[in-house]
Design a protein around this ligand. Structure first.
Ligand code: C2E
Ligand code: MG
Ligand code: MG
Length: 398
């Protein structure tokens, strides 16, 4: 079923009376559908199931997963909803949360300190809903049947985003990022299909395709001859022994060295079921795969935890990199993490570099951190890779 043009609102509030009241207020606006959750985990689960989500209204204090963690977890989804934060805490705290949400990449953000009037709520709601463009609404969250049909028709491929080593000034690695060459909508990014595939249990179909094309690229494309390949793995695949055996076979069948393949996992994946995950990661590491912790710095992982995993690489998330040239807090965090990562002999990658000043800062202070970001190169189709073995900002690599 195609997504409806209604605005989809997710309301996370632990007090049932407050929730019912806010829902009624929301429904007083036209063309609105409200989904309810009593805590952050529930809200997060719902957000993954909904094919379209335009606005999340969340109380910041809730038992279990609170509103702040919810916002942080939502920020990892590729298409970010607008946010309305509500709280009985001091307004400074609310405005700090708003700042954090901005840093995490959200654009439509509002906040209200309790108690607030119906008018204030409706005004904020109206303002946020007005910022959602209809084009976005219909494009987001493609129906499963379309995605499966697209996979069957070979419409999915990977784009590759290089990771550069400042020392040599060259690409040393490429990350495979799934893309859908949609017959009518053009190139669609993972936000349109990954959550749906993960949720419905079909992610392996996509990963198989990405792995096969990525490994073929390593052996067939002269531009990729010396490069490592990063593959993003979903949580469910770590529990799938057959899938991991298949992966091993694919690498062996092409006569590739295992250490040219970097498997990226995220913090949430790594620590969801630690004992089991650790065993799987050890097995993969013993085969020779490289293992990377993606989006590092967005969750609750400490370096104490990191040292217990058989990792070879840490990828600092773009929230830590953004504005690092002027944000002394990010500077100290990265400096501390980099020091420990060096002690643990982990390769470091900074992702999401899209600002000249941040690039300058990293080049000057952390020349051993490898770099990835739109400023250096956007994800490109395989056939264009040869043009991007050196970053756009080549003068820095000297
Ligand atoms: P990720 O693995 O953290 O990949 C980085 C994302 O940041 C990519 O988004 C990339 O295009 C984007 N990016 C890179 N440089 C910059 C920059 O300078 N500025 C900004 N604003 N963004 C930048 P993309 O391609 O939309 O992928 C989103 C997420 O989808 C990925 O995040 C990854 O978690 C997931 N994904 C992609 N391909 C696959 C796949 O084959 N399998 C699985 N399970 N997940 C995948
Ligand atoms: Mg990644
Ligand atoms: Mg990442």
């Amino acid at each position: 079923m195609p997504p409806t043009p209604s605005r989809q609102i997710l309301l996370a509030e632990d007090s049932s009376s407050q929730r019912a009241y806010l829902k009624e207020l929301c429904l007083s606006l036209p063309d609105v559908v409200v989904h309810e959750a009593a805590d952050g985990s529930w809200a997060l689960q719902l957000s993954r199931k909904l094919p379209q989500l335009d606005l999340v209204i969340t109380d910041l204090s809730m038992p279990g997963m609170d509103g702040i963690e919810l916002v942080e977890r939502l920020s990892r989804q590729a298409r970010l909803p607008s946010l309305l934060l509500i709280s009985g805490h001091a307004p400074e705290l609310l405005s700090n949360c708003m700042r954090a949400a901005k840093e995490l990449g959200f654009t439509g953000i509002g906040y209200l300190a309790k108690p607030f009037s119906d008018d204030a709520f409706l005004a904020e709601l109206g303002r946020l809903l007005a910022t959602i463009s209809p084009a976005e609404q219909v494009e987001y969250g493609m129906p499963l049947i379309d995605i499966i049909t697209g996979l069957a028709h070979n419409q999915f491929c990977a784009f590759y985003q290089p990771i550069y080593d400042l020392g040599t000034g060259k690409a040393v690695q490429i990350e495979a990022l799934a893309r859908w060459r949609h017959p009518n909508k053009g190139i669609l990014t993972p936000g349109h299909f990954i959550s749906m595939l993960e949720h419905e249990g079909f992610i392996q179909l996509l990963t198989n395709r990405i792995v096969q094309t990525g490994l073929d690229l390593l052996i067939r494309n002269p531009a990729a001859r010396d490069l490592r390949l990063s593959i993003n793995l979903s949580r469910s695949l770590l529990d799938d022994r057959e899938c991991l055996d298949w992966l091993v076979n694919q690498v062996e069948a092409r006569g590739l060295e295992f250490n040219r393949v970097v498997l990226e996992i995220t913090e949430t994946m790594a620590f969801a079921d630690f004992g089991h995950t650790l065993a799987t990661l050890l097995r993969l590491r013993m085969r020779g795969f490289e293992l990377s912790l993606d989006d590092f710095g967005t969750g609750h992982t400490t370096l104490e935890h990191v040292k217990n995993l058989p990792l070879t690489e840490l990828k600092f998330d773009r929230v830590l990199i953004k504005d690092i040239h002027q944000d002394t807090r990010s500077q100290s965090i990265i400096a501390g993490m980099a020091r420990i990562a060096r002690e643990l002999n982990l390769r470091m990658v900074a992702e999401g570099i899209d600002d000249e000043n941040d690039l300058d800062y990293l080049c000057q202070h952390h020349p051993d951190i490898e770099l990835q970001g739109f400023l250096l190169c956007k994800p490109v189709p395989a056939e264009e890779l040869h043009k991007h073995l050196y970053p756009c900002c080549q003068q820095r690599s000297a």
